[in-house]
Design a protein around this ligand. Structure first.
Ligand code: C2O
Ligand code: CU
Length: 471
């Protein structure tokens, strides 16, 4: 039976706690120098009164230290591998030099146990980004290796509190330890590793304390392996001001629902319009038949901070993204195929055409344009002329949703399902539901070999990745 209930989980433990303010997981840095050490740790995912869960973490914490800097400032991060296996760090969503992208065998040699690597770059864009390993992602990220990377605008909108919410989904055993079933055939071929415990900044997401009248900026980051969240803030009207780190014209979330695929981010402005002492649920209803309460917003018993909501502007300053030139673009079709209940009969694996049964036996069940990736450093699926606008026309020919991520670039979503997309938002991870299509446009201005893959980590590991070369 599918189970997703915080309530049923160690019921005598964490969930019975009184109001606790979830730690924002934030450590402002005075300089652009950081040190990240991934290694084993124990963290109280289920709260302080339950046994701590053995995890893998950066600096012993989940999420890892929040890296913050001003737009235009340089960053230097020394990574020392405290794991018993290779690792790398990928800076998700950042436009950076290819050699800093953190992809083993493609942009660098993996960092061996005990080894170190220094990442140095200057992020050009302000926004909400994050970091995670790019080796055995299903297990390394699934055990807790991730953290936020926030690039601050020179002139941010005025808010009372700014919070980073890293949202995760864990598959725990009854004793509170992580279930070891990484990369099993069921997860690979279906919806990925879905869990049974939702966390906010590494804690069971029970309650969150707010003050009447305050204006919050929430930076949401979905760090789950596979779970898609769709959060509804009961009694509140979240405004979206950025998606995947890039500003959008401020707008109310469609239907009041903020959809966050794995790796997706959304910056929200939330005016706390409830009364002191009131409490409102935040519901995840992505799966309408298994919706559940993600957390409660609990209003302090203090007088409202102000009589009426702030009406200062919410819009973020633009980032220096190159504008696609659609009249002179090169167009590429990419078909997503495979998985359980799909129509894929065969695919090329390592140069050989194999039937779906053989592919399943090898754990490679997803394909892009008929090719199931057998390693990360694949020969390029597409080659782009540097400086030229590229349009990727994606079609999801499978029975599952796929959040498709392009390294090194943000792209404009110019159409969905054959219709022009009025908002033309910039994303780095676009969610395609089954049978959906989308057209993405970007200027291939950054040379190197860049990964393109599904961010359901089990899908990536089961063949859904490719390399694009910008020459
Ligand atoms: Cu979050 Cu290959 O990326
Ligand atoms: Cu996928």
């Amino acid at each position: 039976m599918y189970r997703f209930s915080r309530r049923g989980f160690l019921a005598s433990g964490a969930t019975a706690l009184a109001l606790t303010l979830v730690p924002p997981g934030r450590a402002p840095a005075a300089s652009g120098n950081h040190r990240l050490v991934p290694g084993p740790a124990r963290v109280p995912l289920l709260g302080d009164s339950a046994p701590a869960t053995p995890v893998w973490a950066y600096g012993g914490r989940v999420p890892g230290p929040e890296i913050r800097l001003r737009q235009g400032a340089p960053l230097r991060i020394e990574v020392e591998n405290g794991l018993g296996q290779d690792t790398t760090v990928h800076w998700h969503g950042l436009r950076l030099p290819n050699a800093m992208d953190g992809v083993p065998y493609v942009t660098q040699a993996p960092i061996a146990p005990g080894g170190r690597f220094v990442y140095e770059f200057t992020p050009p864009d302000a926004g909400t980004f994050w970091y995670h390993p790019h080796v055995r992602g299903s297990e390394q990220q699934g055990r807790g290796l991730y953290g936020a990377l926030i690039v601050e605008e020179a002139t941010p909108p005025k808010v009372d509190r700014e919070l980073t919410w890293a949202i995760d989904d864990w598959r725990l055993a009854e004793d509170g330890t992580i279930q070891e079933s990484f990369g099993n055939g069921m997860d690979l071929s279906h919806a990925g590793r879905l869990g049974n415990l939702a966390t906010l900044n590494g804690r069971d997401s029970g309650q969150f304390s707010v003050r009447a009248g305050e204006r919050l900026r929430l930076r949401l980051i979905n760090t789950a392996n596979a779970r898609i969240f769709a959060l509804r803030f009961e009694g509140h009207r979240p405004w979206v001001i950025a998606l995947d780190g890039q500003p959008v014209a401020p707008h109310e979330a469609a239907g009041g629902r903020v959809v966050l695929p794995p790796a997706g981010r959304a910056d929200l402005i939330l005016d706390m319009a409830g009364d002191p002492g009131a409490s409102f649920a935040v519901i995840d209803d992505y799966n309408s038949r298994a919706s559940y309460k993600f957390l409660d917003l609990v209003y302090q018993d203090a007088p409202p901070l102000r009589a009426s909501p702030l009406d200062s502007p919410m819009a973020l300053p633009a980032n220096p993204l190159p504008e696609p030139d659609l009249a002179n673009a090169r167009r590429h079709e990419i078909v997503l195929a495979g998985g359980a209940m799909g129509s894929l009969r065969s695919a090329i694996l390592n140069g050989e055409e194999l039937g779906i049964r053989e592919l399943a036996g090898l754990g490679k069940v997803w394909a892009l344009n008929g090719i199931a990736a057998h390693r990360v450093d694949m020969p390029p699926l597409l080659t782009f002329e540097r400086g030229r606008t590229q349009v990727l026309a994606l079609r999801n020919d499978t029975a599952f949703p796929h959040p498709m991520h392009l390294h090194g670039f943000s792209f404009r979503v110019i159409s969905r399902n054959g219709r022009p997309n009025p908002r033309r938002e910039w994303l780095d991870t676009v969610l395609l539901e089954r049978d959906e299509t989308a057209e993405l446009a970007f200027v291939a201005d950054n040379p190197g070999d860049w990964l393109f893959h599904c961010h359901i980590l089990e899908h990536m590991e089961a063949g859904m990745n490719a390399v694009f070369r910008v020459t």
